[in-house]
Design a binder for this molecule. Structure first.
Ligand SMILES: *Cc1c(COP(=O)(O)O)cnc(C)c1O
Length: 384
């Protein structure tokens, strides 16, 4: 059976160009970047090339980037680091209610440590209204954390406007850019953000490497202790192959972003048009908002999302529900609930996330399989 992958927001395959850079690094650059001999300096040079490549993708100075183990560590470093370094009088954190667990988790931890936490609502389109931030922000707010693009919906938040509001109250803005970098043009300096997190494996690099942009002058408390790597900001021997792969992936993304956004965006639009035309009682979640070009989140009335994921997997199509599996029970997605969907609507929602190898033929095959699977599941539940 042929298998087709439509779950690129969960993770992406490693691009051939990235694999090549990775293999070359593993073979040749095994030195420790901290060593002063030739082997160490060769590895260090590769890390610094990668730093320039990633900096070019998000529009910052290479010196303002710290390499990490991925999006989760970058988000933790940003949220915990900023708030723990803030004066005791600034002990309030604001995040949106649709953040990834990598941001919500450290926010909840700060709450346990005595910080106040405000979660901003989103509208039915999955976008934060800047007025909500204006209302929530206080003189004691240390940090505002808002994702650039949402992983379940693809909705893009008005980051520049939110940065202005945060700064007017003396707070910093952290942006989880994991789902935006490589999909939409990003310039952190123009956006005016203070911190920005990215992850390699959402960008056609392997899992386990990421980066955090930290604007010059932002003071951060460390979240780990050890050596003086990454200008004293992140201890531990660098994941040289992971970093080199991330650099190659960033370079490739910067070079192909515009053309791929157009090509994949057209496939996504063709998919959504066909689904809405052929399947009754289907609607696009967040469809009214500005979205990343590859993401489509659709709810099907009267269908169990998990059953649909399994039905499509049996036919060779990998998709995902918006729901997260927690302790064996399928909980409705906190993102879809925050937009105002009912738990049933949330459980009947599916995320289709397209990527570089998807073709029009694959999308057409998915439309067929989806139409049949939804009809089948609706027939069974009508007889139950
Ligand atoms: C995947 C993801 C993360 C976590 O990144 P990892 O590299 O898997 O730790 C954080 N935020 C968003 C929006 C994501 O999609």
């Amino acid at each position: 059976m042929q298998r087709f992958y439509f779950d690129h927001n969960a993770t992406t395959p490693v691009a051939p160009e990235v694999l090549e850079a990775l293999a070359q690094c593993l073979e040749q650059a095994y030195g420790n970047p901290s060593s002063i001999h030739h082997f160490g300096q060769a590895a260090k040079q590769m890390v610094e090339t990668a730093r320039r490549q990633v900096a070019a993708l998000i529009g910052c100075r290479p010196a303002d980037l710290v390499f990490t183990s991925g999006g989760t560590e970058s988000d933790n470093m940003a949220v915990l680091g900023v708030v723990r370094a803030a004066p005791a009088s600034r002990n309030h954190v604001i995040a949106t209610s649709i953040e990834h667990p990598a941001v919500l988790g450290p926010c909840r931890q700060l709450e346990k440590e005595g910080a106040a936490l405000t979660l901003l609502p989103v509208g039915p389109d999955g976008v934060v209204d800047p007025e909500e931030l204006r209302r929530a922000i206080r003189p004691e707010t240390a940090l505002v954390s808002v994702m650039h693009a949402n992983n379940e919906l693809g909705t893009v938040q008005p980051i520049a406007e939110l940065a202005e509001i945060a700064h007017s109250a003396g707070a910093l803005l952290h942006v989880d850019g994991v789902q935006a970098a490589g999909k939409i043009p990003v310039n952190v300096e123009q956006l005016g953000v203070d911190l920005y997190a990215i992850s390699g494996h959402k960008l056609y690099a392997p899992k386990g490497a990421g980066a955090l942009y930290i604007r010059k002058g932002v003071s951060m408390a460390p979240i780990a202790y050890g050596g003086r790597h990454e200008r004293d900001r992140r201890p531990g021997t660098e994941n040289v192959p992971g970093i080199v792969a991330l650099g190659a992936a960033a370079e490739l993304a910067a070079r192909t972003l515009a053309a791929e956004a157009e090509r994949i965006g057209a496939l996504r639009d063709r998919f959504e048009r066909a689904v809405l035309e052929r399947i009754s009682s289907a609607a696009v979640n967040g469809g009214a908002a500005k979205r990343t070009h590859n993401t489509s989140n659709i709810r099907f009335e009267g269908v169990d999302g998990e059953a649909l994921v399994i039905a499509l997997d049996l036919r060779g199509f990998a998709v995902s529900t918006g729901a997260a599996c927690s302790s064996g029970a399928l909980a409705p997605s906190h993102v879809l609930l925050a937009m105002g969907l009912t738990p049933d609507q949330s459980r009947g929602s599916m995320r289709f996330s397209l990527g570089r190898q998807n073709t029009a033929e694959q999308v057409d095959a998915l439309i067929e399989a989806l139409t049949e699977s939804v009809a089948h599941l609706r027939r069974i539940s009508a007889h139950a």
